[in-house]
Write a protein that binds this ligand. Structure first.
Ligand SMILES: Nc1nc2c(ncn2[C@@H]2O[C@H](COP(=O)(O)OP(=O)(O)OP(=O)(O)O)[C@@H](O)[C@H]2O)c(=O)[nH]1
Length: 80
């Protein structure tokens, strides 16, 4: 079966729910006590749609300024 890779990067202010959206998508769970992201976290999920596998590679970037990576650390080839 064909497989496509989709690179997704979440950026935004701290506390707006970036990590929670990723957890809901990847694990279908919600943690009201989730910790702020330090630097960045990386998760993957593969979803079958019709005759193709779609592999999502997701970078969740820290929103707190003091925990941020430099913008130049954002991985190349992001599609969304
Ligand atoms: N009630 C409610 N709380 C939410 C929702 N989404 C996120 N939260 C809460 O909002 C807080 C911040 O959520 P995060 O997902 O850590 O936000 P973030 O944008 O990733 O924050 P940083 O990691 O600091 O960049 C947490 O306490 C979450 O549990 C939602 O849809 N409803």
């Amino acid at each position: 079966m064909a497989q496509r890779e989709l690179k997704i990067c979440l950026l935004g202010d701290t506390g707006v729910g970036k990590s929670s959206i990723v957890w809901r998508f990847v694990e279908d769970s919600f943690d009201p006590n989730i910790n702020p992201t330090i630097g960045a976290s990386f998760m993957t999920k593969t979803v079958q749609y019709q005759n193709e596998l779609h592999k999502f590679l997701i970078w969740d970037m820290a929103g707190q300024e003091r925990l941020e990576l430099y913008r130049s650390d954002i991985p190349p080839g992001i599609t969304g």
